[in-house]
Design a protein around this ligand. Structure first.
Ligand code: GDP
Ligand code: MN
Length: 477
């Protein structure tokens, strides 16, 4: 889960981490009132769940209330387009108005959970500000790294090492080390998946302060943080994914042509594998859950068909607890309610499979049925036409040419591992299931089944993967 900058700064303050003072406004008048109260120069900052606002015109340093009002007017209610939002941008409904701070230098500080080392990774650089991605790409040696052992936590010497590594001295170095220690405490206590301060600034009097703050949280830990759940802003999330989660389904929008309706995350992944093997590209990952009912199948159809890239749907259900005839009824009922413009291939296996297939064949609907997953995938790919463009490059390179494999795309707020973790995007590897944790499938998916916990886990990680895919993709990179 992501939160806004102003919310993140609220949390920093709770942990005694120095940051800017200001207030949030939803109207230009409010923005002017806050600016008046603060006095002097202020900064007006658009609050959206995406970075790169500075370059996109979402951060304005202005002189007083009148200018603050104008700046807020220019942002509120309008889409802000940044390198992270995609071409349609994200509509701004709140602005943060803060007292402008004099900056002596802008540094970078980031923390993420590094799946490869299974530690919290710290990244720091003197090249802070708005172009950390470029630094990571072109001069990775300018990014200092430190790893906190989960058993020991971050040791004070490590924080000092980072501070001195940044070229800081005396009380500024102590302040920076203390800043890093406190942010680490917040990171652990609040179950963050990412904390990024860019820029971390040095003020003219040698103070250290967070000028920007980005915090992401592990969705699977939200049950123990009701205070964080309150910060969730649904207007910033993908509507079809919210809808799916309300029905208890896991949906991830991808960019292929074959829509997949499957029960169980493992089967969903196998289905995507086979679609790729048949020369196609999956349009989504949709797990209708263990108890695929008539209602959930109908909802699932609606969600899949809301994606206009979908040229064919493959329904692949294994009847374990759920009975295939029930699923078939759901498919038939859904098909009658919906204006189905795309071919549907149904493969049912397990409990009451024969009955289910018979129902579909007798329904009068133009559905293809298939025996076996291979045949089903081949039929679905053929029905979808070309089956989508074939990608042979590693996903990190092919989608994000500006991101070098190996570093954390820190400024873009996602660790490299998360990108590589979207294993089904990766054609290059022989067998994605053989990957090391962090270099193949999501590590959680490599372990045994623990029922609900695992399902939740998968949902969280897949939703994150999906979000990042969409962000990157919509950038056209
Ligand atoms: P981002 O582009 O979305 O990451 O937004 P930031 O909050 O990082 O702001 C971008 C840039 O605006 C910063 O790197 C600063 O250079 C500038 N900026 C933001 N707040 C202030 C401020 O209070 N004073 C001054 N002088 N510059 C600021
Ligand atoms: Mn920033």
């Amino acid at each position: 889960m992501k939160i806004h900058e102003y919310q993140a700064k609220g949390l920093l303050k709770e942990y005694g981490i120095p940051t800017t003072e200001g207030g949030v406004a939803t109207s230009a008048e409010e923005a002017a009132a806050i600016a008046k109260k603060l006095g002097g120069k202020v900064v007006v900052k658009a609050q959206i769940h995406a970075g790169g606002r500075g370059k996109g015109g979402g951060v304005k340093v202005v002189d007083g209330p009148a200018e603050a009002k104008a700046a807020a007017e220019g942002m509120l209610g309008k889409p802000l387009i940044t390198i992270q939002t995609g071409p349609e941008g994200q509509v701004v409904s709140k602005v943060l108005v803060e007292g402008a701070v004099g900056i002596a230098s802008e540094l970078y500080l980031g923390m993420v959970i590094d799946r490869a080392t299974e530690k919290v990774a710290f990244m720091a650089s003197t090249e802070g500000g708005v172009e950390i991605e470029k630094v990571a790409e072109e001069t990775p040696e300018k990014i200092l790294k430190e790893f906190a052992d989960p058993g020991m936590g971050l040791m004070p010497y490590q924080a000092r090492k980072l501070a001195y590594g940044l070229g800081l001295e005396g009380k500024t170095a102590s302040a920076a080390a203390s800043f890093i220690m406190k942010l680490y405490t917040l990171f652990v206590e609040k179950d963050c998946s990412l904390a990024e301060i860019n820029p971390l600034i040095i003020t003219h009097d040698g103070g250290v302060m967070a000028l920007d703050a980005k915090l992401n949280f592990d969705d699977n830990a939200l049950y123990r943080h009701p205070e964080l759940v309150e910060l969730r802003d649904l207007s910033e999330e993908e509507p079809s994914e919210i809808e799916a989660s309300e029905y208890g389904m896991s949906y991830i929008k991808l960019d292929g042509q074959v829509g997949c309706m499957v029960n169980g995350a493992g089967l969903a992944m196998a289905t995507m594998d086979i679609i790729k093997l048949a020369g196609g590209e999956p349009a989504n990952f949709l797990d209708v859950g263990g108890a695929a009912s008539e209602e959930s199948v109908t909802n699932a159809f609606n969600i899949i068909l809301s994606d206009e890239n979908v040229k064919a749907v493959l329904v692949n259900i294994f009847g374990g607890i759920v009975r295939c005839d029930i699923v078939a009824q759901g498919v038939i009922a859904a098909a009658k309610n919906i204006d189905l413009q795309v071919p549907v291939v149904v493969r049912l296996e397990g409990t009451n499979a024969e009955e289910g297939l018979k129902l579909i064949e007798e329904s009068g609907l133009q559905f293809e049925t298939a025996k076996g997953l291979k045949m089903a995938a081949e039929k679905a790919v053929a029905a979808a036409g070309s089956g989508g463009e074939v990608r042979n490059e590693h996903p990190c390179k092919q989608r994000y040419p500006d991101r070098g494999a190996g570093h954390h795309g820190a400024g873009r707020h996602l660790p490299h591992e998360a990108v590589c973790g979207v294993w089904f995007k990766c054609r290059g590897r022989r067998n994605p299931r053989q990957g090391r944790p962090g270099h193949g499938r999501h590590p959680r998916l490599q372990h045994g089944c623990e029922g609900r916990r695992r399902a939740e886990s998968q949902r969280g990680s897949h939703l994150r993967a999906a979000r990042l895919l969409r962000r990157r993709h919509s950038r056209g990179g």
